[in-house]
Design a protein around this ligand. Structure first.
Ligand code: PPY
Length: 353
């Protein structure tokens, strides 16, 4: 298994630490440093087995390479996974994060990280306490840019407008039915933006606290998680974990388009073809959700302002998607194929960054 998984990954290096005091596994997958230091979030959660954590880290790191390469940003792709052991005591979190910070520091800037599923700007403050300067998105109090979720959500909104522009010749989301699958960090920031645009928003979620908040306090229509994918809507926005689009789910979809923030939405690249065959427009995940990564690097590495970062995100996401949809139509390929080509051209140095 190890042999074929690593071969398919095509990445540069994989660092594996066993954190003896906690029993956690720390995996840092550095997929590419071709365009610059490899950057990507640190995901912290439980997995059924180490193989699952490994596959997650490898696939997500490759996605980060594409996310930075497509807009021509000077970063490579990486992702770290901290696989928590069964029965992990929350009291051990701080020390685990500090030990993780030592590992990041030891990589001497080959790897930059920030928050991801299961980690927050507060965690980044703790990781950076070890003196590791390679940590994005610390809290504003600690001098960081804070949570990138709102920027990712803003990019997803721009992506949905581009989808409407392509399908209807009008970017407005007014009255369009949009299903947000997952109301967490990004989905939860996206919902109010959609409401403000006049969209007909529905959401699915599994966390009771978030369900109560968005359904009962904000007044958004709720759809049980098991009905989300089959909902008849204009745009389906996967904003939870990846792998939601595959040979079993795609036949059930009743949406005109998919545009969401989750990383690795396609089970495999063939699923892009399956969506095309069903006449569903797929906005490639690493284009639609690039807002967070773009904002982080703009605010923390290039001295950008929040307004400047928003402008950059809006311009990039719209232009890139419209171009990919057009190339896909013209050449009879999928938007995913068109996106991959754009990222690969930058990686090959065919287009100046
Ligand atoms: C993502 O967009 O999935 C990220 O992981 C964002 C990111 C980018 C750079 C450093 C940390 C997190």
């Amino acid at each position: 298994m190890f042999d074929s998984v690593l071969r398919d990954w095509e990445g540069e290096s994989l660092v594996i630490h066993r954190d003896v005091p906690s029993g956690a596994w720390i995996l840092i997958a550095i997929h590419s440093t071709r365009l610059g230091p490899a950057a990507g979030g640190t995901r912290m959660k439980q997995y059924p087995a180490v193989e699952d954590a490994l596959c997650d880290a490898l696939r997500l790191s490759k996605g980060m390479t594409l996310k930075f390469a497509a807009p021509g940003l000077p970063y490579g792709g990486a992702k770290a996974v901290i696989m928590l052991p069964d029965g992990f005591e929350p009291g051990g979190r701080r020390e685990l994060l500090r030990r993780y910070g030592e590992h990041v520091k030891a990589l001497r800037g080959v790897f930059y990280t920030g928050p991801d599923f299961g980690t927050t700007p507060n965690d980044m403050d703790v990781i950076a306490e070890t003196g590791s300067p390679y940590i994005f998105c610390r809290t504003p109090e600690a001098g960081g840019a804070g949570d990138p979720g709102p920027y990712t959500a803003f990019g997803v909104l721009t992506g949905m407008r581009a989808v409407c522009e392509h399908l209807h010749g009008d970017a407005s989301l007014a009255s369009r039915r949009v299903l947000v699958q997952g109301a967490g960090d990004v989905g939860g920031a996206l919902i109010p933006l959609l409401v403000a645009e006049g969209a007909q928003v529905v959401f699915s979620e599994v966390d009771d606290r978030l369900i109560r908040y968005f359904r009962d306090e904000v007044g958004v229509e709720f759809v049980p998680a098991e009905d989300a994918l089959g909902d008849e809507c204009d745009i389906l926005a996967p904003c939870a974990l990846g792998g939601v689009l595959d040979e079993t789910t795609i036949p059930r979809l009743r949406c005109a388009a998919v545009a969401g923030s989750a990383n690795n939405q396609l089970g495999s690249r063939e699923d892009a073809e399956r969506l095309r065959a069903r006449g569903i427009l797929y906005a490639p995940d690493y284009i639609v959700n690039a807002g967070g990564a773009m904002a982080i690097t703009s605010l923390e590495m290039r001295g950008g302002t929040p307004e400047g970062a928003r402008d950059e995100i809006a311009t990039y996401v719209r232009r890139a998607l419209l171009r990919m949809f057009e190339v896909a139509d013209r050449e009879g390929i999928t938007p995913d194929g068109a996106a991959l080509r754009m990222a690969e051209e930058h990686l090959a140095g065919a287009v100046a960054a």
